[in-house]
Design a protein. Structure first.
Length: 132
């Protein structure tokens, strides 16, 4: 079973559109690396290729996809381990890693993250230069 990692960086689902790269679902098998960027930030890099964008259209990015997560201080390893374990052993094919939306169809009005040490979403980009 192919698994997908889901990321959304807007608080209001009405603002979720592909024009500004607000959300993305990427095949877990395309995850190439996870790395610290600072004490409270980490990057996930995904292999280039076709990815599912929030509006359901497929896009073919020329560069690798970079995701920025904001995290609790120095919790990089814990989050990396949690993501790897969920990919390997989790039952759900759609893994929500970070969802900043607070007003979607869930019964509670709060953001949700795969691990409590993930505190928010940053940038979704296909430009490595965004992370220099």
């Amino acid at each position: 079973m192919e698994k997908y990692l889901y990321f959304r960086r807007v608080a209001d689902v009405a603002d979720d559109d592909s024009v500004s790269d607000d959300s993305i679902s990427i095949k877990a098998s395309n995850l190439m690396q996870m790395q610290p960027a600072s004490d409270t930030t980490m990057y996930l890099m995904f292999q280039q290729g076709t990815v599912s964008i929030s509006d359901g259209q497929d896009g073919n990015f020329a560069n690798n996809i970079w995701i920025t997560l904001t995290i609790s201080a120095n919790s990089h390893f814990t989050i990396m381990k949690t993501i790897a374990e969920e990919i390997a052993y989790g039952r759900n094919p759609m893994i929500v890693v970070a969802d900043d939306a607070v007003n979607d169809d869930r019964s509670s009005e709060s953001s949700r993250y795969l691990h409590p040490c993930i505190t928010g979403m940053g940038v979704i980009s296909n430009e490595a230069s965004s992370f220099s």
